[in-house]
Design a protein around this ligand. Sequence first.
Ligand code: HEC
Ligand code: HEC
Ligand code: HEC
Ligand code: HEC
Ligand code: HEC
Ligand code: HEC
Ligand code: HEC
Ligand code: HEC
Ligand code: HEC
Length: 392
Amino acid sequence: MNCPAHDHPSIAARLISSLLPHGLICIALAFVLALPSWARAADASDLSKETQACLKCHDKPGSAKLLANGESLSLHISTQAFLDSRHADNDCEDCHSGLDSATHGKVKTDIKSHRDYSMEMRDSCVECHKKKVKAYDDGVHAALVAEGSKKAPLCSDCHNPHTQRSVKLLLPIEQLPCAKCHKDIFKAYSGDVHGLERVAKGKEAPACPDCHKAHEIKAASFGTGIRDACLGCHEDAADKHKDWLPNAARHFDAISCPACHAPTATRRVNLRLFNAGSNTQLVEKSGVPFFVDRTAAADQLNKGLDGSALLSLLKEYNDTNADAKVVLRGRLEVDSGIQAHQIAEKSKALRDCKTCHSAGASAFQSVSLTVAGPDGRPLRHGVQNDVLTSLT
Ligand code: HEC
Ligand code: HEC
Ligand code: HEC
Ligand code: HEC
Ligand code: HEC
Ligand code: HEC
Ligand code: HEC
Ligand code: HEC
Ligand code: HEC
């Protein structure tokens, strides 16, 4: 077994280091790194005997296994793609340790579905990539998997373990692993300033992980992670708004960036439940549907909560959370996830004060109350829009 991360010299380097006295290793290594283009490309003989044996049966294009649910599981592993991958120094059995050599390939195994097999294999990355596993476990996708989602990604949905190349390679945006599941958002992103800039100029323009992270992804409307990412790249943006927008910091708290920067979007007001003491959004506990139950009970005709229902709900929250001061904080945001990815050039951004600061402004006609669900994604309940005036 070739173990990972910090120290994995190439096979050639290992061979040389076993032949040479210690003092010469560095020079030899320098030579290896500087090998000219006539150097032999890696081929199957660089792989261990065991791995070559697996590939003898498995490097057969088109071979597949029919699963119990009718899906077909490809059994083809390309030797060349494996050699070109970052796992070329690993053996098959580093990840496939459970195979029984006496029966494997002879006795058919029972696999219900591709997802079932992926779930069975999901712990195979832990040993070598502890940090990434921990980051992923902190994110919304892992929370969804824990809740039983069959659609949220596991490591192998974003990384093919047999073909994974360096993540530093700049892939065409269609090959972003996020694109295959978040199709509508990907489509919007591809046509907005960032997607277009990415295609035209590459790396410095953000792709999904630059705003959302790749592993410790949080629900998009939770916390200030995305806004911090925007301002991290656009370092002077906060200052530039001050030139024309009074109390820009207040506006940044009360308006999501896309609400002004996606000019064609429709907008809504989101009243979020906050713990004013710790300055964090309130989270509904798993299995304790307090928010869902109380809002439903207070609004049986489903017409939207009115002002007094809202105030008594707030009081209830404060009575049950003796150590927290629960308050409502309004935020103007776009209506949908798609619209959040329709950022346009700055000349099209919203700056007319009257769009928002006039009686009956359309942005304030749709109002909802939200609490963060157990995985961070918002749970919403409608609110009657005259509440905004009655509350102030
Ligand atoms: C870095 C870990 C790792 C290594 C190394 C590895 N595999 Fe896999 N393999 C996996 C995981 C994880 C899955 C499940 C993939 C999924 O969810 O589709 C898998 C699935 C498979 C499958 C089922 C088809 C598929 O793609 O899902 C075959 C066949 C297979 N591996 C063969 C091999 C062979 C042969 C080797 C050595 C040349 C190898 N694997 C090396 C992790 C690995
Ligand atoms: C003699 C040919 C042969 C060899 C050698 C072989 N396999 Fe397989 N393998 C098969 C066949 C055939 C299947 C499909 C079995 C079935 O239909 O249930 C399979 C299935 C698999 C699967 C799919 C999941 C499963 O359990 O059915 C994986 C993963 C896999 N092999 C990995 C490996 C690895 C890793 C090695 C080397 C340690 C290896 N195989 C060596 C023939 C072989
Ligand atoms: C036995 C150890 C081992 C296991 C198990 C393993 N990896 Fe790796 N992985 C490595 C090594 C070694 C590298 C190459 C060097 C590096 O980037 O640390 C690598 C590289 C990677 C990279 C590319 C990083 C880069 O260089 O850009 C990804 C992505 C990755 N692994 C994902 C996975 C996934 C997903 C699994 C589980 C299916 C897995 N690995 C299981 C050892 C392992
Ligand atoms: C939703 C897609 C997704 C999932 C799920 C995912 N990754 Fe990644 N991973 C990425 C992307 C995208 C990158 C590229 C780095 C970046 O942009 O931050 C990456 C980078 C990596 C790297 C290279 C890190 C580096 O900086 O060199 C490793 C190793 C890795 N992932 C392992 C894993 C493991 C192990 C799991 C499961 C616990 C996993 N990933 C789950 C998308 C994903
Ligand atoms: C295998 C499918 C799959 C892949 C790949 C995937 N996701 Fe997801 N993701 C989901 C599912 C399913 C949900 C839960 C339903 C939803 O909110 O859309 C989700 C939820 C999310 C959420 C939370 C949504 C909210 O309401 O706040 C974010 C953010 C997210 N994904 C970002 C990403 C990013 C970024 C990537 C790529 C690095 C990615 N996803 C890759 C399936 C996937
Ligand atoms: C009240 C509406 C509004 C809000 C909220 C807002 N912006 Fe702007 N922003 C504008 C307008 C209008 C311009 C164009 C100003 C100009 O042309 O000088 C602009 C300009 C910009 C620019 C270009 C700066 C330059 O001149 O180079 C960036 C980048 C930007 N905003 C990012 C953000 C980010 C990030 C956020 C969220 C933290 C945000 N904006 C919130 C309205 C807004
Ligand atoms: C420039 C930064 C940025 C990039 C790039 C980006 N997003 Fe987002 N994303 C956002 C913002 C901002 C929101 C809305 C957050 C909020 O509610 O305040 C969002 C929301 C989301 C949501 C939640 C949607 C919902 O229904 O509430 C998902 C899922 C998501 N993004 C996935 C992706 C995927 C997939 C990509 C790449 C194709 C991507 N994002 C690229 C900034 C970005
Ligand atoms: C990884 C860095 C990065 C992140 C993160 C990022 N941007 Fe950008 N953004 C760019 C680049 C690069 C451009 C294109 C060049 C330019 O105009 O500055 C751009 C362009 C823009 C423009 C058009 C500016 C103009 O001059 O017309 C706006 C508006 C903008 N971004 C807003 C945002 C918002 C809002 C977010 C967060 C939701 C965000 N950006 C996140 C790098 C980033
Ligand atoms: C996209 C909607 C929007 C636009 C455009 C907008 N505002 Fe605001 N403004 C808000 C919201 C929302 C608040 C926060 C109200 C609150 O905190 O109750 C706010 C707050 C304010 C405040 C009070 C800040 C404080 O100190 O509490 C002033 C003053 C203000 N805006 C002036 C302006 C001016 C002048 C313009 C045009 C240059 C403008 N706004 C453009 C939505 C907007």
